[in-house]
Design a protein around this ligand. Structure first.
Ligand code: COD
Ligand code: ZN
Length: 348
């Protein structure tokens, strides 16, 4: 094992939510992962023990595992504009050098842990750069969402787009991550937030989170960017793709206003997918960016996000539609696939 035991943190997972990305792996649409695999990456727990070189975390601490690590010393970590880390699983060089590096084995077979977190287990081990200590009174069955879905969406509005007060936003995809984008747009002071989804059942919750209007592409016989252009006198200030569909990414870009519109790609497209669009969309002054984990530097910001939640800067409780004991995990996946749940939190 490449990871030094001096730097690991062993902890019990007490709460973990199901994110669409876990389901992408079940379906086989993320080809970079190696099976068998322990899924789950949106969790929270309590530390049992740490390696002798771990200084910032001790047994008994509440923690959130981080699917984007923060080593603090690589070029990305040292760049204040970036929340990437050379030890990130999203970094291709790191991926290829990690091929045989699994922490878990079963009957002699290597077992991967998804995004270096693998929270669908009672106990796990991660490197200290992949775990954040959080407030001792934090409710784990709520703040586990800060481990992925909430922070990813909220941060893409706050950090990556830097939504300005009074602006108009369009959010494509109203799952847990899309709703968190809406919460971020609202906290940032957007005056119009248009939710777009082909499941109309998502609209009530989107409005509860702050959407001012919701539209269903199936209700129109013309492209959705034309509908949005009519609704907003030419296009939105910010558009967010929170589905992982390259056609929707193009729609989101086309929906943004020429000259200054910004499009943020949040959804992860299937591994083989490629995007194609008319480059004049960019030439005419639009910007397109991607956002992983909402631009947050994970180890620094996750504890602060937990405190912001506890101080009621935002409310993520409305994203939790179901709670189930861990052994009913398959029921949780069914709720997600049937479009019935936003987030199901599994508890021990
Ligand atoms: N047009 C309109 N709506 C659509 C379309 C479409 N073509 N396709 C799907 N939808 C809607 C669905 O009805 C659903 O409401 C919503 O889009 C997607 O929501 P969920 O609940 O399936 O998914 P989320 O919100 O949990 O996550 C979605 C992402 C795509 C954002 C997620 O899978 C992802 O890629 N995560 C972020 C990237 C990242 O950081 N990944 C690493 C860990 S997640
Ligand atoms: Zn996720």
């Amino acid at each position: 094992m490449k990871t030094s035991l001096f730097f690991v943190c062993f902890f019990q997972i007490l709460a973990t939510a199901i994110c669409r990305s876990d389901e992408h792996v079940l379906r086989g649409s993320l080809s970079d992962v190696k099976y068998p695999i322990i899924l789950g990456h949106e969790g929270a727990g309590i530390v049992e023990s740490v390696g002798s070189s771990v200084t910032d975390i001790k047994p008994g601490d509440k923690v959130i595992p981080l699917f984007v690590p923060q080593c603090g010393t690589c070029r990305c970590c040292l760049n204040p504009e970036s929340n990437f880390c050379y030890k990130n699983v999203f970094s291709y060089s790191n991926r290829s050098s990690k091929s045989d590096d699994t922490i878990f084995t079963c009957n002699g077979t290597s077992v991967s842990n998804f995004l270096d977190t693998g929270t669908f287990t009672e106990y796990t081990v991660v490197e200290d750069i992949s775990v954040a200590k959080i407030h001792k009174d934090a409710p784990l069955d709520k703040v586990c969402l800060i481990g992925c879905g909430f922070s990813t969406g909220y941060g893409s509005a706050m950090n990556t787009a830097k939504v300005k007060p009074g602006s108009t936003c369009a959010v494509f995809g109203l799952g847990g991550v899309g709703l968190s984008v809406i919460i971020g747009c609202k906290v940032a002071g957007a005056s119009r937030i248009i939710g777009i989804d082909f499941n109309t059942n998502k609209f009530a919750k989107a409005k509860e989170c702050g959407a001012t209007e919701c539209i269903n592409p199936k209700d129109y016989d013309r492209p959705i960017h034309e509908v949005l252009a009519e609704m907003t006198e030419g296009g939105v200030d910010y558009s967010f793709e929170v589905i992982g569909n390259t056609e929707v990414m193009e729609s989101a870009l086309t929906s943004s206003h020429f000259g200054y519109g910004t499009t943020i790609i949040v959804g992860v497209a299937p591994s083989s997918a490629k995007m194609s669009f008319d480059p004049s969309l960019l030439l005419t002054g639009r910007t397109m960016k991607g956002s992983i984990f909402g631009g947050w530097k994970s180890k620094d910001h996750v504890p602060k996000l937990v405190c912001d939640y506890m101080n009621k800067k935002f409310n993520l409780d409305m994203l939790i539609t179901h709670k189930l004991p861990f052994e009913k995990i398959n029921e949780g996946f069914k709720l997600l696939c049937n479009g019935e749940s936003i987030r199901t939190v599994l508890t021990l």
